[in-house]
Design a protein around this ligand. Structure first.
Ligand code: FMN
Length: 244
């Protein structure tokens, strides 16, 4: 155990984009969750595409998604921290993984720590973490954690358990490096409360090519630094208007 002094367990949402069952991606994400749970108190909402993948395809509006998937999206938006994993498909995340995150309200993940993971057939695609996953979560202004975890098919037994020691070491390192950042995650406010209205709006109106109107202050307004940044920006804009 670390010196974490959490009032309550960290609200972790784990997302595995693995469509198959069993799935190496799912096993990988599960192992990361387990390792994190060994280090600090967490409560986990585990979203498995092996279960919900087939429910995603036909929807272009959030309200067209089954309630179960809407609940999963709400969980993502309210998480203290997220662990995401995807299989590599054609050198990227799967289409359905992206489709799911296309529904996530675009300011709901500001400053949320996200641990990136992927499982591919080949080591050659390890940089999918840096070139595909990290930019996606940077778009959300999430705080992508410094170390991601990439596995290949060779790291797993035929029963889809991890047998590679180096992969286990990598998971341990990724979690260890995550801990100092996660310590601040709950301090970012009562995320569930802050994003609730956004989530409700998104469920009613959000289509793939529609955005809901953004508030002047982002939903992670509980983060003092972000507030400060916003107001500095505001002053700057006013100053510019005066000059013009
Ligand atoms: C449609 C498809 C495309 C794939 N493309 C790649 C790829 O570009 N690079 C790679 O390393 N592996 C690729 N793979 C292999 C999977 O990423 C790999 O087997 C992964 O571990 C599967 O994870 P899962 O067990 O969770 O489904 C592909 C597999 C499929 C089915």
């Amino acid at each position: 155990m670390t010196s974490f002094n959490l009032q309550k367990p960290l609200n972790i949402v784990a997302v595995s984009g693995g469509l198959n069952h069993p799935s190496k991606t799912e096993a990988l994400v599960q192992e990361i969750v387990y390792e994190l749970g060994e280090a600090i108190p967490i409560q986990v909402h585990f979203i498995k595409f092996s279960e919900i993948g087939h429910l995603l395809g036909g929807a272009i509006y959030r309200h067209q998604l089954p309630q179960r998937v809407q609940d999963d999206l709400a969980a993502v938006e309210a998480a203290d921290a997220i662990i995401v994993g995807t299989p590599v498909y054609r050198a990227s995340f799967t289409g359905l993984f992206k489709h799911f995150f296309d529904f996530v309200e675009q300011t709901a993940l500001v400053d949320v720590p996200v641990l990136l993971a992927a499982s591919g057939g080949s080591e050659r695609h390890a940089l999918v973490l840096e070139h595909q996953l990290r930019p996606l979560f940077s778009f959300f202004q999430a705080q992508t954690l410094p170390i991601g975890v990439y596995a290949t098919d060779q790291d797993f037994t035929p029963e889809y358990t991890i047998h590679s020691e180096s992969l286990r070491d990598r998971i341990t390192l990724a979690v260890a490096r995550a801990l100092p950042i996660l310590e601040w995650a709950p301090a970012k406010g009562k995320r569930a409360e802050v994003v609730k209205e956004k989530t409700q709006q998104a469920n009613q109106h959000l289509g793939i090519n529609k955005q809901i109107e953004q508030a002047a202050v982002l939903p992670s307004a509980a983060v003092p630094n972000l507030d400060a940044a916003e107001s500095r920006l505001h002053h700057k804009k006013i100053a510019k208007t005066h000059v013009a």
